[in-house]
Design a protein around this ligand. Structure first.
Ligand SMILES: [Zn+2]
Length: 91
């Protein structure tokens, strides 16, 4: 494996446990903004940040609690994303 591949793997590990595709077992390539795409089958996978981001984009005004329930991401993790200005939630 080349150096870029190793660096990418560390990024995936840092943000997500989903280093391999659940559909085909292929390697996931980080796309940015919490999105990964499988290099084999093209399946899109989202890490916690990606899930939260997608949810709040499509559910304007959702609260932290709504978002936590819908995405399965902990409220603490969501609040941390808000603090880091990665996402905006509610009012
Ligand atoms: Zn796949």
């Amino acid at each position: 494996m080349d150096r870029l591949g190793k660096a990418l793997e560390r990024v995936v590990d840092a943000y997500s446990r989903q280093g391999v595709c659940e559909v085909c077992g292929g390697k996931l390539i980080f796309q940015g903004c919490g999105e990964y795409v499988c290099e084999k089958c093209g399946d899109l996978v989202y890490d916690d940040y990606g899930k939260v981001r997608r949810y709040v984009e499509t559910h304007t005004g959702a609260s932290v609690i709504d978002t936590a329930e819908a995405t399965g991401v902990s409220q603490d993790a969501i609040r941390m994303m808000i603090r880091e200005h990665k996402i905006r939630i509610g009012s």
